[in-house]
Ligand binder design. Structure first.
Ligand code: PBG
Length: 320
């Protein structure tokens, strides 16, 4: 019988786990409220400012409500808030012109936030789905999502958002060429300092379901978004998309959803070394929150899940 050996004394990893102070000293990655972007839903539809059934704990807010949320963000030290409008269904058309109305809900909310707390960065969503009677992120003709016509509409939308005072534009539509077109439009209009956080690697995901309820797009959407959002079976393609969007003038890039695509986060950060964000999307939120509410897991899973993004190399996370 071989005698039981004590570990080699130099390899006692437990030394640095013995106390909280030693664990702190040895900790490689940190998570802070400063790493967060807070997505909020805004509405002016009477009675719609209620909890989203599939996102327990998340409510749609009035314009005053989002301004108050931005004040809360400032108090907590969260640097940015990201706006998603729940638009009155009567304003949705197949041509989506409400998207670039300077007085649309999102643009009014941007102005209200900037008036209340100018120091909080406001990010807006550049995509047509909240305004599209057909629920898609692009203009649809004969069942086809038109790329170049959509890009033209997105540029108008982006300019209206920049005019309203948005600090960061978040194109989430996945049309080709939109970053370059938007950047050129912004430069020409004198909005040189507006940042673009491109949803560069956005997958066609079932994890967006609760979000589509929150913005009222679930009912309208026919079919799926697989002809423009990425195939979950691809990873090299994500690097090509990030390279493309950076070359067209994106300042920051995003991987979305988050936790199921941590490998992509890590590859993007390693390959490009640019500010890289993950979006912990509505379905991820719903899974964690649902299990916490049922008492199946402790709420510590939230910080643990966010730390995973930091470990994967993300500079920050959009999370509810
Ligand atoms: C649409 C958009 C979506 C999300 C952000 N912008 C949904 C989609 O692509 O259908 C999803 C966010 C989430 O699920 O939390 N432009």
């Amino acid at each position: 019988m071989t005698p039981i050996q004590a570990p080699f004394p130099g390899l006692r990893f437990r030394r640095l786990r013995r106390t909280a102070a030693l664990r702190d000293l040895a900790q490689e990655h940190r998570l802070s409220v400063k790493d967060l972007i807070w997505p909020v839903f805004v509405t002016d539809v009477p009675g719609a400012d209620v909890e989203v059934p599939s996102m327990p704990g998340v409510t749609r807010r009035t314009i005053d409500g989002v301004a108050r949320a931005a004040e809360e963000a400032a108090t907590l030290g969260i640097p940015a808030i990201c706006l998603f409008p729940y638009t009155d269904p009567a304003l949705k058309t197949e041509t989506c012109e409400e998207a670039w109305n300077p007085e649309n809900l999102s643009n009014r909310a941007v102005r209200a936030i900037k008036a209340a707390v100018p120091e909080v960065a406001v990010m807006t969503d550049v995509a047509l789905d909240p305004y599209n009677a057909l629920g898609h992120d692009g203009i649809v003709r004969d069942g086809v999502i038109l790329n170049d016509e959509t890009v033209e509409a997105l540029v108008r939308m982006a300019l209206a958002q920049a005019e309203a005072g948005a600090d960061i534009l978040g194109p989430s539509d996945m049309m080709d060429g939109r970053i370059g077109a938007m950047r050129a439009g912004l430069e020409a209009a004198g909005h040189r300092d507006v940042a673009i956080l491109s949803y560069a690697a956005k997958y066609a995901s079932a994890f967006y379901g609760p979000f589509r309820d929150a913005v009222g797009a679930s009912g309208a959407l026919k079919g799926d978004k697989k002809t423009y959002q990425m195939n979950p079976g691809n990873s090299d393609e994500a690097l090509r998309l990030v390279a493309r969007d950076l070359s067209e003038g994106a300042d920051m890039v995003m991987v979305k959803p988050g936790m199921p695509y941590l490998d992509i986060c890590a590859r993007v950060k390693t390959a490009f070394g640019v500010p890289t964000y993950a979006y912990q999307v509505s379905g991820e939120y719903a899974m964690l929150k649902g299990a916490i509410r049922n008492g199946w897991v402790k709420d510590e899973v939230i910080v643990e899940s966010l730390m995973a993004f930091r470990r994967a190399g993300c500079d920050g996370v959009l999370t509810y």
